[in-house]
Design a binder for this molecule. Structure first.
Ligand SMILES: Nc1ncnc2c1ncn2[C@@H]1O[C@H](COP(=O)(O)OP(=O)(O)O)[C@@H](O)[C@H]1O
Ligand SMILES: [Mg+2]
Length: 207
């Protein structure tokens, strides 16, 4: 028994807000949960995160793909796999689908190559539930404010491609993905997410 839930979406769509809210809800229910984020979550990963986000850094798209993969592989080996083995519920703020959306659809790297690197980086682990918070890039970036990182500084067309990539992935795997309108109030979004997670928890015997 284990449950792996990831949060996906563009900049400022509410991933961190909702991942934290879900984590707190699971704690209230006395369920064993772990909350992590990408890139990062390990000592090595946090070093990679700083480099990836630094806005003065000029990174080739293929290098970017591999840096995310390196961070992910370490996170899977060090935190995610052991936690799932202990039957914990793992919540990850961004995971492999971010790479397909950003490096595949956004940076236009070959999708088959991106997926191959992802397979290596995830050690074959796939989320049971992907929660996609769908928001226009205009609104998401407005929420982020003025201190933008290397990704947030990309042009709007890049962010629009990322969103289209997410929508395509969600349409391809409708059972695994939950698409939520991220313009709804935070509390309403949390309720929708809990509906899906609760159903899964019952199915798996946690509740
Ligand atoms: N449903 C919502 N409606 C309006 N503002 C929101 C909503 N969810 C989050 N926010 C706000 O938007 C900003 C970005 O949220 P955050 O959770 O950090 O997004 P992300 O992690 O996806 O970048 C924060 O200031 C947060 O309080
Ligand atoms: Mg965040």
């Amino acid at each position: 028994m284990s449950l792996f839930i990831t949060f996906e979406g563009g900049e400022g769509c509410g991933k961190s807000t909702q991942a934290k809210a879900l984590y707190q809800k699971l704690q209230q229910e006395n369920l064993p949960a772990v909350l992590i984020h990408e890139p990062g979550g390990t000592t090595l990963g946090e070093e990679i995160r700083k480099t990836l986000k630094r806005k003065t850094e000029i990174i080739h798209p293929k290098t970017e793909l591999l840096l995310f993969a390196a961070s992910r592989s370490q996170l899977v080996a060090e935190i995610i796999q052991p936690a799932l083995k202990e039957e914990k519920i793992v919540i990850c703020d961004r995971f492999s689908h971010s790479t397909i959306a950003y490096q595949g659809y956004g940076r236009k790297l070959d999708l088959a190559t991106v997926k191959m690197v992802n397979n290596l980086a995830t050690h074959g682990i796939k989320p049971d539930i992907v929660i996609f918070l769908d928001l226009s890039p205009e609104e998401g970036l407005a929420r982020r404010g003025k201190l933008l990182d290397r990704f947030e500084l990309q042009e709007l067309s890049f962010h629009r491609q990322v969103r289209q990539g997410y929508l395509k992935m969600a349409a391809d795997e409708p059972d695994r993905w939950l698409v939520v309108d991220a313009t709804l109030p935070k509390k309403k979004i949390s309720e929708i997410i809990w509906g899906k997670v609760n159903h899964s928890l019952v199915g798996k015997g946690y509740l």
